[in-house]
Each structure stands twice: as structure tokens, then as C-alpha cells.
Write a protein that binds this ligand. Structure first.
Ligand SMILES: Cc1ncc(COP(=O)(O)O)c(C=O)c1O
Length: 381
């Protein structure tokens, strides 16, 4: 089996991740923050340790502002809905957004009467468009760091510079970049950063974080038991408890910690292995008659993702053939990001996406290219 759907969830995990998850399940499966006994203390120590690691890895000054969620979507919902919105407030996002940003924004448009501008970061000069779109009512810039469909990057550092000059907070959805591309909240001037543990970081599912840099007024969207401050009827004011109601997923958090360590050890690689592999894959695909690739070309800044289609073929059909006849897992369709398909003209056809991690191999790429050559030839007759 060949797994080229790493952008949805990484399949192969570093051995350190597997080890610490098992270790936590066997020896620290108590409730963190809910008891004073030794196992609860052990679970609490894991939670605190990984919080510090995450803050350090992504340049967040205060580990108490590194908040756990069960995926990136939950963390994005907290960041977006946690702001005190007034009717008429305005948000700038891009046409590359995943529904995990777009739907909360559209929900707020309906319920709070906010306005949203989506700039077409693929076709327009992103910085110029952001600058033109800012109004006195702009209260947030919420953007993906890169497209989960095509792998195109958004110039977040430049956009954050523009936002800072206007004192507008910036929320970055690093769901596709965390683990592949170095991010530092201070250098990149990011006020809120969201990432999942289970994609590029290669940690377990059930993990996601919202990191907040500096003083951002956020209200919790979930209320309930926090272990501490039980005497208060109101949600505690203290971070992180204010935002972390309910029992945390300690084994998965332990795995996230190991995944972050792996990321730290790879952070300064000149060209990550998955980038070398994706360039090999793109070069091969571009030579196959009838295949159209989307997104940046070989050697340009990009994620280890390639989006492509066979002219005239539905993307779901191609993914099904790859799965059933070649044992190759890819994703097809709209990838929860309909706006970018509007831009690319692929709303009906969808797009086939192959996404890689450092665990994929050159041999797998050759096998994939062989399969695609046969499939494309079959569509030509
Ligand atoms: C850009 C982007 N944002 C958000 C998400 C949601 O991530 P999760 O499934 O961890 O909630 C994804 C998942 O594919 C994504 O690609």
C-alpha cells in the first residue's frame, strides 16, 4: 500500500511518538488536574511539559497561552468565535481558506452581522489586496498559511507586518505548514497560531493547539469542569484553564510532545526530504500526457502537496482507480475548500491531491507515476 494522503492525516508516525503514546496509556492514564495522587500528577506533568515544548517550538512567549484542543477546527473555532464581535466588524481572509475558517466566519456573518472579505491570494497581489481591504472596522485577519489543495504559500510575514502597522490581530491557520515549514510567532508577528498534531507534525489524531501571543481578549466558547477553581460558578479567568473544559487526551498530548521534538530536530534542514520527493513527483506528472498540474512549479516555495487532474475525468474516479487497482491512497474532490475551486475552475471536477511526508520513498513515487501513466493513457483512448 502507498499512502499519499499525509495532508489529511499522517499515516506513518515517528517511533518516538508511538513509544510515548503507549507509555502514557500504560503508566499515566489518569486524569490531569483532577486529583492529587501520583498518577494524576504524572498526567499533569505530561500536559505541562508538552505545553512548554509547543510554546517554545513556535515562539509563543507564555506557555499558559498554549491551549489544547482536539483538532485544528476546534482551535480555530475558539480563536474566531472567542473575539467580542460587534455588528459591522470586518474580517479579511483568503479564497484558499478551509471550511474550518470559512464556516465560523460565515456563521458570524449570519449571527453577528460581521463582514468578510476573501482576497484571491492565488491571482492577486496578496499584500496589496489586504492593504486595500482594510477598513476602520477590520478586527481580524484570519488566514491559512498555505493552501491545503494546491500547496501554494501565503506571504504571512508580509501580511502580518501590514496588520501590525494598523493594530489588527492576525490569526494563522498552520494546519498544513506546521511540521514542514519553520514558524515563529514572534519573528512572523503572528498573534494567534493554530495547528493540528496529526498532519505535518506526524503526531496522533485528537490533538490541535491554539497559541496566543501577547494580550488578546478572548472569551471561551466552551464552559465546564476545569479541575481547578471548582468553587466558582463562572468559567475561570486563568489561562489555560479558561479554555480547556473537560478531560484532556493525555496519551495523544504525550505523542504530540514527541512529534514536536522530531519537528525541532528537523526545523533547520535546508530542503526537507518531503520537498525533494514532491519535486520528483511533480516533474514526473508534468511529463504524462493528459495530466494538468495546479499550484507552484518545481523548485518554488510549496507544501509537499501536488494537485492535478486528468483532462475530462472526475477526480473522485481517479482516486477510486488508484485505490482499487493500485493500492494507492490519495484524496479527491473539493478538500473542504470550495472557494479555491471557484478560482481554479474545478468546482465540478474537483482535484486529485497527492500529499507526502518524510516517510514516503522514491520507489513509491516511481510506482505512483507508473500508475498515473497507465490511467491517463486509458482516458485518452
Ligand atoms: C488548512 C486546513 N485548516 C484546517 C483543517 C482542519 O484540521 P483538523 O481536521 O485537524 O480539524 C485542515 C484539514 O485538512 C486544513 O487543511
Amino acid at each position: 500500500m502507498i499512502y499519499f494522503d499525509q495532508a489529511a492525516t499522517s499515516f506513518q508516525k515517528p517511533p518516538q511518538v508511538l513509544e510515548v503514546v503507549q507509555e502514557a496509556m500504560l503508566h499515566a492514564s489518569a486524569n490531569p488536574g483532577r486529583g492529587g495522587h501520583m498518577l494524576a500528577r504524572k498526567a499533569s506533568a505530561i500536559v505541562a511539559d508538552v505545553r512548554e515544548k509547543a510554546a517554545k517550538a513556535f515562539g509563543c512567549s507564555d506557555p499558559r497561552q498554549a491551549l489544547y484542543f482536539h483538532n485544528a477546527t476546534a482551535a480555530l473555532n475558539q480563536a474566531i468565535k472567542g473575539i467580542e464581535w460587534q455588528a459591522g466588524n470586518h474580517v479579511i481572509a483568503t479564497a484558499m481558506e478551509h471550511n474550518s475558517i470559512r464556516r465560523p466566519l460565515e456563521y458570524l456573518r449570519k449571527t453577528k452581522d460581521i463582514e468578510v472579505t476573501y482576497i484571491d491570494a492565488m491571482k492577486e497581489d496578496s499584500c496589496g489586496s489586504v492593504m486595500k481591504s482594510i477598513t476602520p472596522q477590520t478586527k481580524l485577519i484570519a488566514m491559512t498559511h498555505a493552501s491545503n489543495v494546491t500547496g501554494d504559500m501565503v506571504p504571512i510575514r508580509e501580511i502580518a507586518g501590514i496588520a501590525k502597522a494598523q493594530q489588527i490581530p492576525v490569526l494563522i491557520d498552520a494546519s498544513q505548514t506546521a511540521g514542514h515549514i519553520a514558524i515563529d510567532m514572534k519573528t512572523d508577528e503572528i498573534n494567534m497560531l493554530v495547528f493540528p498534531g496529526h498532519k505535518g507534525l506526524m503526531g496522533p489524531q485528537g490533538t490541535g493547539m491554539l497559541l496566543v501571543e501577547g494580550d488578546i481578549a478572548l472569551k471561551p466558547i466552551l464552559h465546564g469542569g476545569t479541575g481547578a477553581f471548582s468553587e466558582n460558578v463562572a468559567q475561570p479567568e486563568q489561562w489555560p484553564e479558561r479554555f480547556e473544559s473537560g478531560t484532556l487526551n493525555v496519551p495523544a498530548i504525550a505523542g504530540l510532545g514527541a512529534a514536536i521534538e522530531v519537528y525541532m530536530s528537523r526545523k533547520h534542514e535546508n530542503v526537507p526530504r518531503e520537498t525533494i520527493l514532491i519535486n520528483q513527483l511533480i516533474k514526473g506528472l508534468e511529463q504524462i500526457n493528459g495530466i494538468r498540474c495546479y499550484g507552484p512549479g518545481v523548485g518554488e516555495d510549496r507544501l509537499p502537496i501536488i494537485a492535478f487532474n486528468i483532462e475530462g475525468a472526475n477526480s473522485q474516479e481517479i482516486a477510486m482507480i488508484l485505490d482499487s487497482s493500485y493500492n494507492i491512497c490519495v484524496r479527491a474532490g473539493l478538500h473542504c475548500s470550495p472557494l479555491i475551486h471557484d478560482s481554479l475552475g474545478t468546482l465540478d471536477q474537483g482535484i486529485v491531491r497527492a500529499s507526502l511526508s518524510m516517510y514516503n520513498t522514491e520507489t513509491e513515487i516511481d510506482q505512483f507515476l507508473h500508475a498515473m501513466t497507465e490511467i491517463a493513457a486509458a482516458y485518452r483512448v
